[in-house]
Design a protein around this ligand. Sequence first.
Ligand SMILES: NC(=O)c1ccc[n+]([C@@H]2O[C@H](COP(=O)([O-])OP(=O)(O)OC[C@H]3O[C@@H](n4cnc5c(N)ncnc54)[C@H](O)[C@@H]3O)[C@@H](O)[C@H]2O)c1
Length: 416
Amino acid sequence: MKRKRFALVGVSNRGRAMYALPLCTQFGQTSELAALCDISQVHMDHCNKQLPKPVPTYKDFDQMVKEVEFDTLIVATIDSVHHEYIIKGLKAGKDVITEKPMTIDDEKCRAILAAEKRSGRKVTVTFNFRFTPPMTLIHRLVQDGVIGEVITVDMHWPLDLAHGASYFHRWNSRRAYSGGLQVHKSTHHFDVVNWIIGDEPEFVSAQGGLAFYGKQGPYRSKRCMGCPHKGKCQFYLGLDSEPFWRDFIQLHRAAEKETGYVADSCVFDPAIDIEDHYSTMVKYKNGAKFSYSLQAWSPWEGLELQIQGKKGRLEYREMHSANAWKDPRDRQVIVMLNDGSRSIHTPPIGIGGHGGGDSRLLRMLFEPGLSDTEGQMAGTRDACNSVLIGVAATKSMQNKSAWICIPDLLSGRRKA
Ligand SMILES: NC(=O)c1ccc[n+]([C@@H]2O[C@H](COP(=O)([O-])OP(=O)(O)OC[C@H]3O[C@@H](n4cnc5c(N)ncnc54)[C@H](O)[C@@H]3O)[C@@H](O)[C@H]2O)c1
């Protein structure tokens, strides 16, 4: 059997661990990694060293397309350039798999939709959160009508100090690269709610700001590594940090000449221009209302989700901590119906990265012949619906919490 050939652009953390390695190992019987592309040779060499056999590397994407035969392009660069590669890949006649968020603004959403339509090829967007056991179960319960027509959804996601701060050390803290957390991070959460209730967002209003990081704190140094405040700062990352961060900083430091990117910036850098908290209201086309909040410096991390249907209510709370998931009571989906009955559903423990979402998604992407029985594979329309909630939230925050119309953003009628 001929193996399917993949090229990967963006080969740092996510690209290497999620795609390059599994393609060459777990899925190596049916798939083949044909080439790597990145602006950094350091990142490509680092990736190649971990593969069973090195593959050709390219700094020039167009040259790779000319020289290498492949079927599907995988995009795992920083968010702000996803669209460039998605569109080039489609133009070259390739199917594309892209990391979330598909892109960071409405203009780029429209450009991708148009390119996909022209090309006749397909873009798949990798929303691993859909594939976690709790979200899969909740989607099934709601889609089976257990709580009836959905009227309201509440989702709240506090990021703990370590996780929250990790975004403010990196490129993610600049709107030009990530679109802000409401695009970069919340795209998962907006997508999963859109998917669970099976509806499309119509209007969005939001309030938020920067209360903790950036200019709200004492700016200390250009980079954590070597910072004179290391003994006093709870956000210090450096050579004596835990191994993941130590290796991460060393690798990015080695690549800095090529990328110009400091991966251990001060979380109190006054140049940080994204929000660290926001509350968002979404009204859906069929009338459901969704209230959402995120804060990036909480003492605990996790998810609170309540879905109110006409027949009853579903509640779920997930606490991420060292002991999370061990006790089945930590992962119970509780369904209470208006007739007084109540049922408790316990999803299985997800194995592997991102609550088990990564491994299930990988199988769907690379294992031939699996059928998408839960409708978890997402395309450009789904991706636009989640990106544009975040984009609309930004526009709303910049416009005194005005209601922003998603179909207008999608069609290009709204220019602001
Ligand atoms: N689904 C998830 O749970 C999940 C988790 C982590 C990251 N991600 C996504 O994966 C992507 C990569 O994230 P990461 O954490 O690996 O970031 P990273 O900064 O570690 O890696 C980004 C890579 O892109 C390369 N790059 C930058 N600009 C480029 C350009 N113009 N052309 C080609 N390559 C370029 C960099 O050199 C680097 O190798 C992001 O889109 C992120 O949102 C998704």
